[in-house]
Design a binder for this molecule. Structure first.
Ligand SMILES: Nc1ncnc2c1ncn2[C@@H]1O[C@H](COP(=O)(O)OP(=O)(O)OP(=O)(O)O)[C@@H](O)[C@H]1O
Length: 363
């Protein structure tokens, strides 16, 4: 649904060039919630703003729902007709909501519809439906200044949905909210994803956001995606940095030097099986449990366990094979690493934003 290829972006600021994106290849599948996570300055905002060409990439392509946006005519300051039409199918929500304080909630949601030339009655009806969808029907006549942060973001989401988009971009939509409001906004995004079949691309610096709503994730660093894939695949990849962040095992014991320490990850069907006792019985070995935890990640139960088997890795080849045959992900600590799900890299470039679009106006 969203593909970027070799995306680069170089900003020029006071004669200095900053490579914000250095060759980003992103692939977001239709109907999924995809999270991009990374520390400050990693290039997340630049990436998401390049997806709807709010920022024009220096090089590379952006394709959304089969339309190559980077091939459509338009300048940095003013998009052409086709690009404006394509953008209407891409909603965007912002960290600071970007609502117009002089307009009521209803009028804020109607704003993008006014630009499309929809008549007043149809605008009112549509805005009413959208406010209902986000649970704010009773606030239609209120002004943004009278709303809580969570309510403002609901208005931002309703406004983003006014063009019946297939894709919703979320630029740190919950970063300005308290934890409970964050949960309710993430639940709303998840509901909209399911009810409307909406593909959601969000950026965040919080791993908890990835954990609670995303199907897939990418880790950005220095303008590059260093790791990406479905969470289930990442969790099954021994060396995945994201998996370790999502599900840290650092507090677990590390075992004795003469034993073999295994990290076992189980999800879905395998999560309910008593594999430790089966292993002990089948091979008559004493198993030392160093740590275990179960979490819900992307709505799916995932467990991780660190165990120690007596003897060397060589001595335990058969029991390890037995566990893997059960469908469990088994990583031997200290053994050769497996490669993460994907790795990409490359170079970068410049531009201005389109303030009108940030206020929900696809001009
Ligand atoms: N308009 C701009 N002009 C010059 N440099 C910029 C501009 N916007 C971003 N940058 C630089 O590009 C790099 C990536 O910034 P970006 O905002 O995309 O990162 P981020 O991961 O979203 O960070 P944060 O989480 O702090 O928003 C940073 O070095 C930043 O200083």
């Amino acid at each position: 649904m969203i593909t970027t290829q070799g995306l680069t972006k170089v900003y020029t600021s006071r004669g200095r060039q900053v490579s914000a994106l250095q060759g980003v290849d992103l692939h977001v599948r239709e109907g999924e919630v995809y999270g991009v996570v990374g520390t400050s300055g990693a290039g997340k905002s630049t990436l998401i703003r390049c997806v709807n060409l709010l920022e024009r990439p220096t090089s590379g392509t952006v394709t959304v729902d089969g339309v190559e946006l980077t091939a459509l005519p338009g300048t940095e300051k003013r998009a052409g007709r086709e690009l404006r039409a394509a953008r209407r199918r891409i909603g965007m929500v912002f960290q600071h909501f970007n609502l117009l304080s002089s307009r009521t909630v209803q009028e804020n949601v109607e704003l993008p519809l006014e630009i499309t030339g929809l008549d007043r009655a149809a605008r009112r009806r549509k805005a009413g439906e959208l406010l209902d969808l986000v649970g704010l029907a009773d606030k239609a006549r209120a002004y943004p200044g009278q709303l809580s942060g969570g309510q403002k973001q609901r208005v931002g989401i309703a406004r983003a949905l006014s063009g019946d988009p297939k894709v919703l971009l979320s630029d740190e939509a919950t970063s300005a909210l308290d934890p409970e409001t964050t949960r309710s906004i993430l639940a709303l995004l998840r509901d909209l994803n399911r009810q409307l079949g909406l593909t959601v691309l969000l950026i965040t610096h919080e791993m908890d956001v990835i954990k609670s709503v995303c199907d897939s994730a990418a880790l950005m660093r220095g303008g590059r995606i260093v790791e990406a894939g479905p969470l289930t695949d990442l969790l099954a990849t021994g060396e995945s940095e994201l998996a370790r962040e999502l599900f840290p095992l650092s507090e677990f014991g590390t075992g004795r030097p003469d034993g073999t320490v295994l990290e076992i990850t189980f999800q879905g069907d395998t999560s309910g099986r008593p594999f430790v006792s089966q292993l002990a019985r089948t091979y008559q070995i004493d198993i030392n449990i160093l740590g275990a935890a179960v979490e819900t990640i992307g709505g799916r139960l995932v467990g991780r366990m660190r165990v120690e088997l007596p003897g060397s890795h060589q001595d335990n080849v058969v029991p390890i094979g037995y566990l893997r045959e059960q469908g469990l992900q088994v990583d031997v600590l200290g053994a050769t690493a497996t490669a993460p799900a994907t790795r990409t890299g490359a170079v970068a470039d410049l531009i201005t934003g389109d303030r009108a679009l940030e206020n929900g106006v696809v001009a």
